[in-house]
Design a binder for this molecule. Structure first.
Ligand code: MBD
Ligand code: FE
Length: 273
């Protein structure tokens, strides 16, 4: 039985059990490595800096959200989910067809035509389901998110939008092919990665939240099969079913830059009681 301030915690209390075991886990690492006062003081300063830099959401989502998401995904039907991450912003523009993600004139990157359907777990189409998409630009910058290196941001809601599938649950949207994403390395989260010798990359990804009345909304990500970081995502959020092929197409947008196509069927989970 764990002692905290000399008082045993009631193990039937879930919150108390989680906190007690978390503290035990940290103490056992401190004891195992005989962590010194110098290291302990540095760790406290680090945690203060992490908060002052506003990076607790980034830190938590990079290191822990995938574990929470895995349990959540296992408890429902529908397509696999993936972590939301720290950079979702509410209030993205609602597009009218033909759907084109908000982007600058000459937005860097290859053109991606992303299409597919939204269905129920039995694969019947869900008419008029909503698909919300957000992604970083070709420099790895999310609109509306200040970076610790003070870089210039894309316009508000660049590469963020909501669209509605048609009466057959089908959607098609034009965007850019995402590129591998390096989490900001100038702040405390990145500094920790550098200090322990881990890279700061996530494979290129689209973030998605798909929703429809009568279903649970599905938060997920999609990746691309040529990506060098699929096996070493710093956020550990890749699932094989979420990795798409990219097909080079010359017929979709004649006269355009190189154009790629990818498609995905979202199966929305039945609402949990
Ligand atoms: C991201 O874009 C992201 O998806 C996650 C999980 C963490 C940091 C940045
Ligand atoms: Fe992301």
């Amino acid at each position: 039985m764990t002692k905290i301030s000399g008082r045993a915690l009631p193990r039937e209390n879930r919150g108390a059990a989680i906190v007690a075991e978390l503290m035990d886990g940290i103490r056992s690492v401190l004891a195992k490595y005989e962590v010194t006062y110098c290291e302990y003081t540095m760790a406290k300063e680090y945690l203060v800096n992490l908060g002052q830099a506003g990076e607790w959401p980034l830190f938590a989502d990079v290191f822990f959200e995938a574990t929470v998401e895995e349990a959540d995904s296992n408890a429902r039907d529908g397509s696999p989910g993936a972590i939301e991450g720290p950079f979702f912003l509410p209030g993205a523009p609602v597009l009218e067809p033909p759907f084109v993600m908000p982007m600058r004139a000459g937005e860097p990157g290859d053109v991606l035509v992303f299409s597919g359907t939204v269905t129920a777990p039995d694969r019947t189409p869900i008419p008029h389901a909503q698909v919300e998409i957000w992604q970083s630009d070709a420099q790895g910058t999310y609109s509306g998110i200040p970076y610790p290196d003070g870089r210039e941001l894309p316009p508000e809601f660049n590469l963020r939008a909501r669209l509605t599938a048609d009466e057959n649950g089908a959607y098609q949207v034009r965007t850019i092919v995402p590129v591998p994403y390096e989490i900001p390395t100038a702040g405390p989260t990145g500094a920790l990665l550098t200090a322990v010798g881990w890279h700061a990359f996530r494979p290129a990804h689209l973030h998605l939240i798909t929703s429809a009345p009568g279903f649970e909304s599905l938060t997920t990500q999609l990746y691309f099969d040529t990506d060098p970081y699929l096996d070493s995502d710093i956020a550990g959020a890749v699932k094989p079913e979420l990795v798409l092929g990219l097909e080079e197409r010359t017929d979709l947008l004649p006269g355009e830059r190189t154009c790629f196509a990818a498609s995905y069927e979202f199966r929305l989970p039945r609402a949990r009681k």
